[in-house]
Design a protein around this ligand. Structure first.
Ligand code: R5P
Length: 313
């Protein structure tokens, strides 16, 4: 097995390499003056089982193009099998036509990755599970849930866990929220969110009894922070005792960090699928939990043709 990292999240790639005790294969990634990308793999990869780690987070187009170019280089270097490890799959939210004459970009990206020559794709908490159907190659969509369950157990006493209420910030996340709530035998509530226009989130109603409860908002993505902060404010207005958030992918576009800082939320826990800038690392209300052990174990299982679903019981 060989591990290769693109430039999107080298810290995560290094952590996975440490978990697997496999060194990262040396790669040069350069830019021409016109910003075209050039890559060179500095070791022989002929006949190798390659795991190429590159979340397609911002700048999404650059990271995606780099992923495609790296896959192309690996194909031409006669790698035996290429697994694109894309812990955060950008463009996933564009998974259906939202109106006439609009694209399905999540499908286009799936086509690009497949056509470039990837043999499989490994992701975490894909925005919608059915996006796997956009690929005609095998995909593994890992759940971030066990990482969060462990963190909640570490941070809430058994008694305090009895007052937890898991809240989906929109109807799209209900299945995911119900699954984590089940781990604690807890109830769920649902925020009825509307988007008057792209990038704006408005809370209409809260479905469920939140008064006096320690609410955990659970979601796959925090982008501008509008969904989360509006939901948190509405929960407090409806009598919730506290609001904490667990969110897999910290996209955190401006002004998310400021919104979180100014919000009623006690803490936002994200994973390290996306490399974060200093302003996120320095924000007292945001904490990262690692997914390197989860990804490392999944990679080990794929390499050994073992079950990946067994990872989740
Ligand atoms: C939407 O379906 C997603 O699960 C997230 O709730 C959404 O992308 C968050 O976006 P924002 O933070 O910009 O409101």
């Amino acid at each position: 097995m060989k591990l290769i990292s693109g430039s999107s999240n080298p810290e995560l790639a290094k952590a996975i390499a440490d978990v697997l005790d496999v060194p990262l294969t040396s790669v040069d990634i350069q830019r021409f003056r016109d910003q075209e990308i050039f890559v060179k793999i500095n070791e022989n990869v002929r006949g190798e089982d390659i795991f190429l780690i590159q979340p397609t987070s911002a700048p999404a187009n650059d990271h995606l193009m780099e992923l495609l170019i790296l896959i192309d280089a690996l194909v031409r270097a006669s790698a035996e099998r290429i697994t694109a490890v894309v812990p955060y799959y950008g463009y996933a939210r564009q998974d259906r036509k939202t109106g006439g004459r609009t694209p399905i970009s999540a499908k286009l990206v799936a086509n690009l990755i497949s056509k470039a020559g990837a043999h499989r794709v490994l992701m975490i908490d894909l925005h919608a599970g059915q996006i796997q159907g956009f690929f005609d190659i095998p995909t593994d969509n890992l759940f971030g849930q066990p990482v969060f369950v462990a963190d909640i157990k570490d941070n809430y006493s058994k008694k305090d866990r009895g007052n937890l209420l898991f809240v989906s910030p929109d109807t799209g996340g209900v299945v995911r929220t119900r699954a984590i709530a089940k781990q604690f035998n807890a109830d769920i509530a649902i925020v009825d969110k509307r988007r008057p226009k792209a990038g704006e989130a408005e809370v209409m109603n809260i479905i469920g009894e939140v008064e006096g409860r320690d609410c955990i908002l659970y979601d796959d993505i925090i982008d501008s922070g509008g969904t989360l902060c509006n939901a948190a404010a509405a929960l407090i207005e409806h009598g919730a005792k506290s609001v904490t958030a667990y969110i897999t992918h910290g996209v955190l576009s401006d002004p998310a960090v400021q919104r979180i800082t100014d919000s009623v939320i006690k803490e936002v826990v994200i994973t390290d699928t996306i490399s974060q800038p200093e302003k996120v690392k320095n924000c007292d209300k945001i904490r990262e939990v690692p997914v390197s052990t989860l990804l490392g174990e999944a990679i080990r299982r794929i390499a050994n043709d073992e079950s990946v679903s067994k990872l989740f019981g």
